[in-house]
Design a binder for this molecule. Structure first.
Ligand code: PMP
Length: 456
């Protein structure tokens, strides 16, 4: 094994051998990524000793921050006791306990937990389960999944098929046969003169019209993130999810709520579906914050109703042949149980609800800055959208702001002309102020940069 770990070697190895997610092929092998070597609370440290606030909270997942010794110990303890078992025929105390704890916290009758390796595999599982169920119910034509423009549900074939990133659309194959896209639900983008209420009616009608056009006998499910996260923190108009659920119920279409980002406290509740959006979906997807990001795990939580009519004497002897070697992994389950315990003991959900008004107030004031054209967010997730709809500035502005903020001590997640952030939920009021102070300065400097480059 190579032991030469100078910074130069690491960079070379990273460039030559580590094919990163969303790798830009043009720059392959030419990147100079920052190496993150450690973290404590909301901060991470780099090889050259810089201490940065982690604005995106990992990838919307490090809810309790970095260096949490209790989670680390729970993981180590479980690895020593039982590092793995096969979930196919046996089970383990931690996984059974975790399934129980999730069912207790999930809304309504969502009581059946299928563990996966992350969010994408949980979305895939939900879609495969629904197809399986409809086959068993003698509805083999009922397979279409309705999704939305700007949705992101994952990177496996099926979850990517119900996602709408431009790069996937242009360069990858997707399953188009069983997928239908509805237009964007961003109220900021509504046509001039259209009220938010009229926009809401239009969006709900889009769903109902799609079901009627395709035929309810063909439409199996509607999948939606409560807030479109990677698509740019798009918060639909109030009442949108509830009314979409009513449409689904009217036409025997299942409602899948993808809570990979909004679950586990991001909006101040275990799940956003209830109480925030006042819905009990048929399936909830969660991942990320479930284990605080320390080890991979996802879950697809299915209602009693969906299981009842295909189990026992109604099962026709069928087997749900879906499962992962690591479904219900005991080490991940131990991390999730510890996460839940800390959330409860330290009042994390209440804390998020308490600091949300400050976060929202600071976010709103960014709207007055040059080059910012809108700000939006909910709970502890925010987005600053910049640019002037001229391609030149729009392509550069997110990365430019991120670069300037990193110099000042804050990491962001740039997405074309947007910067997105979802800090660890343990962030204090002082730290929120510090984060927004840096962001404000970073945006001002980036704006001057663009002006100098003649892009503004
Ligand atoms: N659903 C949503 C809403 C997500 O944001 C993501 C990841 N960003 C996924 C699914 C996929 O999760 P994973 O990367 O764990 O597969």
């Amino acid at each position: 094994m190579a032991t030469d770990t100078t910074q130069q070697s690491l960079s070379d190895w990273d460039n030559r051998h580590f094919l990163h997610p969303w790798e830009g092929m043009e720059d392959l092998g030419k990147n100079s990524r920052t190496f993150i070597t450690g973290g404590q609370g909301i901060y991470v440290t780099t090889t050259d000793g810089q201490r940065l606030i982690d604005g995106p909270g990992g990838m919307w997942c490090v809810q309790l921050g970095y260096g949490n010794a209790e989670i680390a110990e729970a993981i180590a303890q479980q690895a020593k006791e039982l590092g793995y078992f096969s979930p196919f025929s046996n089970t383990s105390p931690v996984s059974a306990r975790l399934a129980h704890e999730l069912a207790r916290r999930a809304p309504g009758d969502l009581n059946h937990v299928f563990f996966t390796t992350g969010g994408s595999t949980a979305v895939d599982t939900a879609l495969r389960f629904i197809h399986f169920r409809n086959n068993l119910l003698d509805k083999p034509r009922k397979k279409v999944v309705i999704t939305r423009r700007k949705a992101y549900h994952g990177s496996t074939y099926l979850s990517a098929s119900v996602s709408d990133t431009e790069r996937t659309r242009v360069w990858f194959d997707q399953d188009h046969e069983n997928v239908c896209f509805l237009p964007d639900v961003n109220p900021v983008r509504r046509r001039a003169g259209v009220s938010v209420e009229a926009f809401l009616n239009e969006k709900v009608a889009d769903l109902e019209n799609a079901i009627l056009t395709l035929g309810a006998d063909r439409v199996a499910a509607f999948i939606a993130e409560p807030i479109l996260a990677s698509g740019g923190v798009i918060v639909p108009p109030e009442g949108y999810h509830k009314r979409c659920l009513e449409v689904c119920r009217r036409h025997d279409v299942l409602y899948i709520s993808d809570e990979v980002v909004t679950g586990f406290g991001r909006l101040g509740h275990w799940f956003a579906s209830e109480p925030e959006f006042d819905i009990v979906p048929d399936i909830i997807i969660c991942a990320k914050g479930l284990t605080c990001g320390y080890v991979p795990m996802g879950a697809c939580i299915i209602s009693d109703r969906l299981i009842a009519d295909i189990s026992g004497d109604k099962s026709k002897g069928a087997v749900f042949s879906g499962g992962f070697t690591y479904s219900g992994h005991p080490v991940a389950a131990a991390a999730a149980l510890k996460t839940i315990e800390i959330f409860e003991r330290d009042g994390i959900l209440e804390h998020v609800r308490n600091v949300t008004p400050l976060f929202a107030e600071r976010l709103a004031t960014l709207g007055k800055l040059p080059i910012v054209n809108s700000t939006r967010g909910k709970g502890l997730v925010g987005c600053v959208e910049c640019g002037d709809n001229s391609l030149a500035i729009d392509q550069k502005v997110g990365a430019q702001i991120d670069r300037r903020c990193q110099e000042l001590g804050l990491i962001l997640r740039p997405i074309v002309n947007m910067c997105v952030f979802s800090p660890p939920l343990i962030i204090t009021a002082d730290e929120i102020n510090k984060m927004f102070d840096i962001l404000e300065r970073g945006i001002r400097i980036a704006s001057d940069d663009l002006m100098r480059q003649g892009l503004k």
